[in-house]
Each structure stands twice: as C-alpha cells, then as structure tokens.
Ligand binder design. Structure first.
Ligand code: CO8
Length: 314
C-alpha cells in the first residue's frame, strides 16, 4: 500500500490520466525523484522516465522520449521462470504492444552482471501433479507466443548467465548482445538435465544458428561463453557490461527506424509457421510435457540436477 500525499503527484495523476492503482512504487519513486523541489508549473513529463510494472517480477521503465521500454526481469535470485515471472513477462510485452508510447523493447535483467535468466523453474517440473505440469507448460507456451510474436522490435541485453529457457528468451528477441569477458554462459543445455527441449525451442536455435550447429549445441547441451556464442551466431554481438545497454539501444533504434507495418509483416512471415504449429497442438503439447516429465527416470534426472545445484554452494 502506498500513501501518496504529494500534491504534485496528484497533479500528475490528473493531468496524465494516471491512477495510483496503475502505478507501483517504482513509478511513484521515479516521478517523485524527477520532480523533487520543482513547482507544479514547471513539471513536464517529457523528461520523466515513467515506470510501470505488471508485477515487481518484471519491472518496466518507459522512456517516452525515445519510445523504448526497458524490461528488467526481477525474480530473485536467478530469474528462474516460475509462474509469476512468466505471467509478468507476458503481461509486460502485451501492454507494451498496446501502448502507443512504446516503439521498441529492451529486455534485460535486474541482476546485472550475474544472471540474465536461469531458464524455466526446475522446481515447477519436480514432484508436481499432472495438472500442475499442464498448467505450467501452458504458461510457458503463452510466454513463447507473446515474445516470439511481439509486434514491436525487441532486443535482449544479456547481462549474465542465460541457460536453457534464458537462452530461448533471448532468441525470441530480434537481436542479442551479451556481456563480454565475464565467464557468463548461454545455450540450450536441456540434455544435461536429462530432458528434451520442446520443438519450439529447437526451432528457435535452428533459425538462429542453423541446423548443423544446432545439432552439436543441442545434443551436447553446450553452454557457451559470450565469445564462443558469438562465433556460433547464437548472439549477434558482445560488449563490456558498462556499455551493454547503450549498444543494445543503438541496435534497437535501428529496428525502430523501420516502418512498423513492414516490420510486422516481415516478422510474421518469418515466424508465423512455428507459432501456428504450436497453437494447433497446444493442449497435446502440454499433455506431452506433463507425461514426459512425470516419467520416473526423468524425475530422477531432474532431482539429481536440483541436488547438484544445491551442492555447488557447499
Ligand atoms: N530453477 C529453479 N531454481 C534454480 C534454477 C532454475 N532454473 N537455477 C538456479 N536455481 C536456484 C538454485 O538451486 C539456488 O537455490 P538455493 O538458493 O535454494 O540453493 C538458487 O537458485 C541460486 O542458484 P546458484 O547458487 O546456482 O546461483 P549462481 O548465481 O551461482 O548461478 C546459474 C546461476 C548459472 C544460473 C545457476 O543457478 C544454474 O546453472 N542454474 C541452472 C540453470 C539451468 O540449467 N536451467 C535449466 C532449466 S530447464 C529449461 O529452461 C528448459 C526446460 C525445457 C523442458 C522440456 C521438457 C520436455
């Protein structure tokens, strides 16, 4: 609950048709910071970076001047894609599509220099009921469809590790740039967990790095350094952490400069086949996932993997 008593905020809510309910603490603190000490008459939202958020798990910062919405995945400790982050990620991208002030999306992580996204939440696949697995997978499908089919340009600034679903998320974007020289890794490592990546992840990697390279990367479950990922074509560029966002924004602006109808039409031609394929088999695909993951030997592999993650800490 926020107790907003600042008169200048009330003025902004009125003037910009905002409502306190639609603004979270990031929005409010950002606006307060930017107008600190200023009289009402001098307040202009032109230079205010407005924050809005589907939930605190996906922080969205909109720069109304540039038209760029920077989206920070914020699900501590490692941005594992649990139901909360998946839902927030879908909501954020759909809101950005509807928002005429947004012309491009920068996807990055709040855990700068540590983890971009640790992939799907392994615990949602371990010792869960059939219905839980079906529901979880439906959220994964919706997340993929929303991001891969996003009607506005998307660039991923990969500022930390990006295994499995984290790598897939970046490949759903139009362009990827990753933190260099820091030993962070990226790749579809599903086979290392004893599981099989879904067909729409496989298609993502194939369309990003080609069939032959995908065979090696996927079958071996390779986690590549940024430098090696660049050689594979898994990412488009690398950059030091301090310059990562500015370089990503430069690339994003190049996509934003394209006529939106031309952009959307071309993107759909490139991507719609696999999305339509998924939409046609959504239920069967969720059932397949639930049945596959429930197999005792798969549960055992996932259990061992979870234990190995915990053991690394000791
Ligand atoms: N899901 C759930 N919890 C996780 C995950 C995850 N993906 N990754 C890490 N955690 C947990 C750890 O267990 C640990 O928990 P705790 O604090 O309780 O011990 C906590 O997060 C912090 O993890 P670390 O200490 O390992 O954090 P580090 O900063 O040292 O390392 C890494 C970060 C590199 C991201 C590391 O955590 C890691 O390698 N994680 C595993 C990543 C991974 O392999 N993800 C694969 C997920 S599967 C997927 O995305 C696609 C599945 C497709 C299924 C298809 C089936 C048909």
């Amino acid at each position: 609950m926020f107790c907003v008593t600042d008169k200048r905020l009330t003025y902004i809510f009125k003037k910009y048709n905002g409502s306190k309910e639609n603004m979270n603490r990031f929005t409010i603190s950002a606006i307060l910071k930017s107008i600190k000490g200023k009289p009402i008459s001098s307040i202009s939202l032109k230079n205010v970076r407005c924050f809005s958020s589907s939930s605190d798990k996906m922080i969205v910062e909109i720069d109304s001047q540039s038209g760029i919405a920077t989206m920070y995945a914020n699900n501590a400790p490692v941005n594992s894609l649990d139901s909360g982050l998946l839902t927030a990620a879908v909501k954020a991208v759909k809101e950005a599509e509807r928002n005429p002030d947004v012309r491009g999306i920068l996807l990055t992580s709040k855990f700068d220099g540590q983890v971009f996204c640790a992939g799907l939440n392994i615990l949602d696949m371990y010792q869960k009921s059939h219905q839980h697995l079906v529901d979880y997978w439906t959220m994964v499908q919706d997340w993929y469809l929303a991001w891969y089919g996003c009607k506005k340009p998307t660039v991923a600034a990969i500022n930390g590790h990006a295994p499995a679903g984290g790598c897939a998320w970046s490949m759903m974007c139009d362009y990827r740039i990753m933190q260099s020289g820091a030993g962070k890794t990226i790749g579809l490592n599903e086979t290392m967990l004893g599981i099989v990546a879904p067909f729409f992840f496989v298609e993502l990697i194939q369309s990003t790095i080609g069939h032959r390279a995908s065979e090696e990367a996927l079958l071996k479950g390779l986690l590549l350094s940024a430098e090696d990922a660049l050689k594979y074509g898994m990412i488009d560029d690398i950059e030091k952490l301090e310059n990562l966002n500015s370089k990503a924004i430069k690339e994003l602006k190049a996509f934003m400069a394209i006529n939106l109808n031309a952009y959307q039409g071309s993107k759909m031609l490139l991507r719609q086949d696999v999305m339509k394929r998924l939409i046609a088999v959504k239920k069967e695909d969720a059932e397949f996932f639930a049945n596959f993951v429930s197999q005792p030997q798969v549960q055992e592999s996932i259990g061992n993997y979870v234990a190995s993650l915990k053991a690394r800490k000791k």
